[in-house]
Design a protein around this ligand. Structure first.
Ligand code: SF4
Ligand code: SF4
Length: 266
């Protein structure tokens, strides 16, 4: 019986998602993208008014009015799509995952209807680069600092046969003492702040920290609550941020690999 099951599963076609389809993909995340040519000052004003987390802002940049979108604060609620009148659509690809915090913001010149410093897709990272950096696989410890568990559900999906995180040489470990990277979710609650600091101290150097989700990046929908200290970087140093509420597995992989690549480049 067991041999029949194994034989049948071996005959099934391989369903793992190709690397090219994985990196930079954000399908299903509800992250907004802005079509600069459709943007007007009136639409921009509506976006600022409907956004519940103030992720959209109108500011003056070098004498021009510009629209800013801070992805670290975006919870992917989709409320900006309808008032965007075609200028805001669901993003199909997202290359900011794993960026430092100041590089999670996109800016559009409202006068010229162009993006200032537009997104540039970056090439993928391969297993050899991880080995060159660490001399071994990358061991990741996931740490819940107060999340709703939405981010954990997406992180758990990374290990299934479809996303197959292990093909990159990345493994989840149970102890921070065995980890190279901390993947921290949630806003840091007051109850968890000390545990987050202690976990960070337990990870041997050189250590990497990735803040996951709108909560990890900015506090998300819990920002300002009396029960939270704030984003992950309010408590420990962070190397890269993966926005989204929650980020999809593809966004998580893209972010983890980008943080690694930046460390390699250093
Ligand atoms: S999807 Fe993001 S940017 Fe749009 S309204 Fe919601 S939080 Fe604001
Ligand atoms: S970012 Fe969204 S899914 Fe993740 S912990 Fe916060 S509320 Fe939950």
């Amino acid at each position: 019986m067991i041999f029949e099951v194994i034989e049948r599963s071996l005959r099934q076609p391989n369903r793992v998602i190709p690397v090219e389809a994985l990196l930079g993909n954000c399908d299903g995340s509800r992250m907004p993208d802005v079509i600069a040519s459709q943007l007007t000052p009136a639409i921009s004003q509506k976006l600022v008014e409907v956004c519940p987390t103030a992720a959209f802002r109108i500011e003056e940049c070098d004498g021009w009015a510009c629209l800013k979108l801070s992805y670290g604060e975006c919870i992917g609620c989709g409320k900006c799509f309808e008032p965007g009148e075609g200028a805001v659509v669901a993003a199909k690809s997202f290359t900011l995952c794993g960026n430092p915090k100041d590089q999670l913001v996109r800016v559009w010149d409202l006068e010229r209807r162009t993006e200032i410093a537009p997104l540039r897709p970056e090439p993928g990272v391969v297993r050899e680069q991880i080995h060159r950096l660490l001399g071994k696989a990358l061991n990741v410890r996931q740490l819940d600092a107060g999340s709703c568990n939405g981010c954990e559900a997406e992180i758990a999906a990374l290990t299934n046969p479809y996303y197959d995180l292990e093909r990159f040489g990345i493994h989840f470990v149970a102890s921070p003492k065995h980890a190279d990277m901390l993947l921290v979710t949630g806003p840091v609650t007051r109850n968890m702040a000390e545990a987050v600091r202690a976990t960070y101290e337990a990870v041997p150097a050189p250590k990497l920290v990735v803040a996951v989700g709108a909560c990890g990046c900015s506090g998300g929908i819990f920002a300002g609550s009396h029960a939270v200290v704030g984003a992950v970087d309010a408590v420990i140093p962070v190397d890269g941020y993966v926005p989204g509420c929650p980020p999809t597995p593809a966004m998580l992989v893209t972010g983890i690999l980008k943080v690694l690549r930046r460390r390699i480049a250093k």
